[in-house]
Write a protein of this length. Structure first.
Length: 200
């Protein structure tokens, strides 16, 4: 079955948007290096400080690896033919997606620990009633907002997980593991969650 002219046009637009995404990230490596060296992206934790520090390092260094490999893939796709050889762009892209996959797994682990810590340490606050202190669940607005953000970020990472695995495979372009329609649907759902997350 041949693609319709409309389908071809939409695919062309999607391809250009994808390449624009690569271009906008060409200047982000210094930020990733700063976060890795200074551990500026590490979250604080009362229950799991060492685990959070380790996860923060994984998140930062995975991005330090991600950006150069993604930049290499972009250059091999866009540069003159003398630079790219056979599937070199796709190979570089697979390596960048492996770093992305490591980031997703680390952030999901961090998010689940955050969720448990918020529930355990911040939701149960004593409430005084008739002279007695009765333990009740009294979540603050700040805690509710933090839980919502963690839940939404976990949802986004869950939607990213399968595509990240697919694009990390050696032959992701010649022998895809998942159908393109499913990948597109997962990315579409993630974009909806992302828009909602930014609005709350």
């Amino acid at each position: 079955q041949k693609d319709s002219p409309k389908s071809k046009g939409l695919n062309a637009i999607a391809s250009e948007i994808s390449m624009a995404r690569y271009a906008t990230r060409l200047v982000l490596l210094p930020t990733a290096l700063e976060a890795a060296v200074n551990q500026s992206g590490t979250l604080s934790s009362q229950s799991h400080p060492q685990t959070f520090q380790f996860l923060g390092e994984v998140l930062a260094w995975s991005m330090v690896f991600y950006y150069p490999t993604e930049h290499a893939a972009y250059l091999h796709w866009k540069a003159p033919r003398w630079l790219a050889k056979e599937r070199s762009a796709e190979i570089w892209s697979a390596w960048s997606c492996r770093a992305w996959l490591a980031y997703i797994v680390a952030e999901m682990t961090q998010g689940m620990l955050q969720w448990n810590e918020l529930l355990k340490d911040k939701l149960e606050e004593p409430k005084e009633k008739e002279g007695d202190v009765v333990p009740t669940v009294v979540p603050s607005l700040e805690t509710v907002a933090a839980l919502r953000q963690v839940k939404l970020q976990l949802s986004r990472n869950a939607l990213f997980l399968l595509p990240a695995i697919q694009y990390s495979l050696p032959n992701w372009d010649t022998n895809p593991w998942l159908p393109p329609d499913l990948i597109s649907f997962l990315f579409w759902l993630e974009s909806i969650v992302c828009i909602y997350q930014a609005s709350v």
